[in-house]
Ligand binder design. Sequence first.
Ligand SMILES: Nc1nc2c(ncn2[C@@H]2O[C@H](COP(=O)(O)OP(=O)(O)OP(=O)(O)O)[C@@H](O)[C@H]2O)c(=O)[nH]1
Ligand SMILES: [Mg+2]
Length: 295
Amino acid sequence: MNCGYVALIGRPNVGKSTLMNHLLGQKLSITSRKPQTTRHRILGIKTSEAGQAIFMDTPGMHSDEKRVLNRYLNKTADSTLLGVDVVVWVLDGLYWHEYDERIFKKLEAAGLPVILVVNKIDKIKDKQTAMAFFAEAKQKYPFEQIVPVSALKSTNLDVLEQQIMALLPEAEPIYPEDQITDRPERFFVAEIVREKLTRRLGDELPYAMTVEIELYEEHPDLCKIYANIWVERSSQKSIVIGKQGEMLKKIGTEARLDIEKLIGQKVYLQLWVKVKKGWSDNERALHGLGFTDTE
Ligand SMILES: Nc1nc2c(ncn2[C@@H]2O[C@H](COP(=O)(O)OP(=O)(O)OP(=O)(O)O)[C@@H](O)[C@H]2O)c(=O)[nH]1
Ligand SMILES: [Mg+2]
């Protein structure tokens, strides 16, 4: 049996989290149209007859390092390259971005086997251009494989999974076969609330929004959850609450339904919106909200 760690890396919004969820056959990592949706490294464990692949979804790598939060996200993505066995580099379609040069350098330095995944092929109509792009990519870097996929439609993911498995070292599984992640449920509860906020209000709310679980109480017939939504300005607070509280109610309902699915129990969810000025630029505030390490 093969077993090992697989880093999913790439620029924001290319579909890393969608890819991990579809490889696992379970929604674990939150996704949205807005870049920088993923903020923490998220482990997704897939055990099959061939062995165990431990995927690590990472925040997108990007060049804007002006804010403390952005630097934190890049550091998290970079540090994932330490201690993994295989790297899966995800691209959105058939083109390179100027920041990709930096990714090539990081990969060269890491010296790990790399699979290039060209994602969102459901949007690519021109096969000739695709073939030319793959040939060019082979010249650019000694990729182990170049695999076109559609993460969203689960196209070619079985092939990708086989290629990944073949590159993992021979080893016994690290995690029990029924375990799919290493984070507690309350972490994913906060993430689900953040997904609903990002999907509904991503354009209006900058990255300065985060979710903190204040109370998580499991009763035999109900799980009681209080969560704080932190924003930077009182104008953003009004946006989240909406006219007569309508927006917050919608977000709360959507989140509650997903949380109930995740934990398999009825949920009472109470959301509060709170203002903390300039948190995404203040190291101490970031730490207070759980961004405590560069894992
Ligand atoms: N058409 C199409 N869209 C996709 C595909 N994979 C992902 N997407 C969409 O691309 C957007 C970004 O997907 P994510 O999975 O959140 O991207 P990400 O790379 O994790 O982004 P960050 O966490 O921000 O770095 C979402 O709107 C997805 O639905 C695909 O194969 N085809
Ligand atoms: Mg993501």
